[in-house]
Ligand binder design. Structure first.
Ligand SMILES: NC(=O)c1ccc[n+]([C@@H]2O[C@H](COP(=O)([O-])OP(=O)(O)OC[C@H]3O[C@@H](n4cnc5c(N)ncnc54)[C@H](OP(=O)(O)O)[C@@H]3O)[C@@H](O)[C@H]2O)c1
Length: 340
């Protein structure tokens, strides 16, 4: 609609909704002979910022999910002044995410189960000039989750801009071989912990005025990748939770998105490589062959998307599950013929 140029219109204004150019009648130079009300005169009101009509005002209000209201352009690409909680921040994608968010200006709190490793990481981040704190916490324990969020609430005066639910684990087996204990443990670490942390953090995210939740799921929640059915279903549930919360919490100005990595070079898959390389040497080659970009991912190639999704620049993105996979999930059939 904004690109149309009716014959009787002359004066140029910017459409407030699509930011393209409109032509509206000029009071002094209109050549229109029509006596009908001009539908685009509405837009003249909108662009003039003078209307008090609540419905017309609605079209003018384009809220920006920023830490402190409207921001100048540079701060749309920054997390300066924001607070974040990243679970499982001492290794892999979690560690890269802590550094990404802190490097973009956020104050970050993280957690893991291994105290010496956590303290070592905290020292390294301090040396790099990042503002990062940490707690020892096993996110599969409800009471430890409550303690963690309580600590975050006191640290950040009851307001949290960013929650990254990163922790996840896996045990690969045929479905018929999983025990009930394995089912419960994987579902607890991969799904229940994130669900409960969202519930606990909701008042803090709402209080911030511009909250953002990012889940770290997996392409295994979208496709069968031979990583075991419990991993697949727990990650698939996270993908759906992303969509539910995006709709449910939009009224609180909380956005919810999800990143879904393919094989990424971290400690989670390291031991798996060694085993596979010893027992089945072509496994890595098969992964690379299935991946259009012809390699596995690096943790900071996942954390860069997490960082973007938390920025004011991503203020209209919510409910999305985005694969970080070198193109693997769009590679349907790879025939052994060269089309070049
Ligand atoms: N790497 C991949 O190829 C890949 C692919 C798809 C999706 N993902 C997903 O990406 C996320 C991160 O994986 P990653 O590969 O970075 O894992 P990782 O290298 O094993 O790192 C996991 C981090 O989480 C912490 N952690 C593990 N269990 C925890 C618990 N119960 N409570 C608190 N902290 C815990 C670990 O520290 P402690 O052990 O000291 O607690 C560590 O800091 C997971 O959700 C995973 O499913 C990974």
């Amino acid at each position: 609609m904004c690109n149309a140029r009716p014959l009787y219109l002359h004066k140029k204004v910017t459409c407030p909704i699509h930011a393209s150019i409109l032509y509206i009648p000029s009071s002094s130079s209109s050549t229109s002979t029509s006596t009908k009300p001009n539908p685009l005169s509405t837009l003249k009101f909108l662009s003039s910022n003078r209307t008090t009509d609540p419905i017309l005002s609605f079209f003018r209000k384009i809220p920006m999910a920023t830490a402190n209201g409207h921001s100048p352009p540079a701060s749309r690409w920054s997390l300066h002044g924001m607070t974040a909680l990243v679970t499982g921040g001492t290794r892999g994608i979690g560690s890269a995410t802590v550094e990404e968010l802190a490097g973009l200006g956020a104050k970050v709190h993280t957690c893991s189960r291994n105290e010496p490793e956590l303290n070592e990481c905290l020292q390294q981040w301090k040396a790099k000039g990042f503002s990062v704190s940490g707690s020892v916490c096993d996110v599969s324990s409800a009471s430890e989750r409550e303690k963690l969020v309580h600590e975050v609430a006191s640290l950040y005066n009851g307001a949290l801009n960013i929650l990254v639910n990163n922790v996840g684990t896996n045990v690969r087996k045929p479905t018929t071989e999983y025990s009930t204990e394995e089912y419960l443990r994987l579902m607890s670490v991969n799904l229940e912990s994130s669900y409960h942390l969202c519930q606990l953090a909701h008042p803090l995210l709402k209080q911030s005025g511009a909250g953002s939740v990012v889940f770290v799921s997996s392409v295994g929640g979208v496709l069968h990748i031979g990583s075991g059915s419990i991993y697949g279903l727990s990650k698939g549930a996270i993908n759906q939770l992303t969509k539910n919360l995006a709709c449910e919490w939009a009224k609180d100005n909380i956005r919810t998105n999800c990143v879904a990595p393919w094989y990424t070079r971290t400690s989670l898959v390291e031991h798996f490589w060694v085993l596979q390389l010893l027992e089945k040497k072509d496994f890595l080659q098969q992964i690379v062959a299935r991946t259009p970009l012809q390699r596995i991912g690096e943790p900071n190639e996942v954390s860069s998307l997490v960082g973007f999704l938390c920025m004011p620049a991503a203020s209209y993105i919510t409910g999305q599950v985005i694969s970080v996979d070198g193109g693997m999930t769009v590679n349907g059939f790879n025939p052994p013929i060269n089309l070049d």
